[in-house]
Design a binder for this molecule. Sequence first.
Ligand code: GLN
Length: 304
Amino acid sequence: MVNYQEILDAIYEKLQKRVDKGTVASYIPELADVPKEKFGIYLNRINGDDYFVGDWEEPFSIQSISKVLSFALAFSKLKNQVFRRLDVEPSGNPFNHLSLLEMENGIPRNPFINSGAIVIADMLISLLDDPKNDFLAFVRGITNDDTIQYNKVVAASEAETGYGNYAAANLLKSFGNLENEVERVLDFYFHQCSIEMNCQQLSNAFYLFANRGKCMQNTTHLTINQVKRINAIMLTCGFYDEAGEFAFEVGLPGKSGVGGGIVALLPNEFTLSCWSPGLNEKGNSYLGMLALEEFTTQTNLSIF
Ligand code: GLN
C-alpha cells in the first residue's frame, strides 16, 4: 500500500526548504504581492480518499488553468465544431506568443495558449445567455462548490495592463476569427482567468477529467471521447514551451497558471493540485513542477 500522506509530507518538507522558489508573476500587478512562501498540495483519489499538506486551503488565482474549463464547456456544447477555429498542436512557444498566430492566418495552435483561449471565450459569449454567470455556474457545478468566485480586482488589473492580449484579440478579429467585440471577449477572458480556487477545489474541479467525464456527484458533463481529447491537449499543450519537459519529468496531463497553480491527473486514479506562486522562466510554478515530478517518481504512477 502506498502511503500517500507520508509521500506528500516528505515532498512538502523537502521543497519548502528551498531558497530558490522562482519569481512571482508581476505583469498582472495584482498578483505581484502574493507571498512566495505559500505552498500547498492536495491529492484527490477517484476512490474518494484525499490527502493534503501546507496551504491547500488558501485560494489563489487559477489564471490559465481556467482555459481547460472554458474549453471543456465549449467542446461539450459545440462538439468537434470547435476545431474549425483552432488547432490542437503544441506551439513550442510561450503562452502569449503572437507571430505564429499571424503566420497561420489567425488560427491559434491550441486552446491553452492565450489566443486559443480568447477564441474559446468568443465562442462561449455567442453560446451562453449570460456568459460570465453561466460559465461561473458551470465551474461551480463541476466542483460542487457555490463559493467559487471571480476576483474582479484581478480581472480589472489584468485589463489595465493586458496589451499583449489586446494585440492577440485584435489580430484574431482582423482574421475574422472573433464574432464578438474585442472588449467584450477580453472582459470575459480576464474574468475567467481571475477565478479563485484553493488546491482542494482545483482537484475537485478536475475530477471529471480523471473520471471519464463524470464529476464527483456522478453527473456526466463530457463523453469519454471528449475527455480523452482534453487530456491529450493538456499533455501536449498544458505547459506551453515546457510541455515536453512536463511530460518527460512528470508524465501526466496537466495545466498550469501564472498564479502558481498546477493541476495534473492520472485517468481513473487521481487528480493532484499544487500551488506555489514562484514561477520558473517558462511561467510555470517552480516548486509545483518539482513536487509533481517527485510524486510520480516516488509512487511510480504516471500515464507511461
Ligand atoms: N491571464 C493570463 C494572461 O492572459 C494567463 C496566463 C497564464 O496563466 N499563463 O496572460
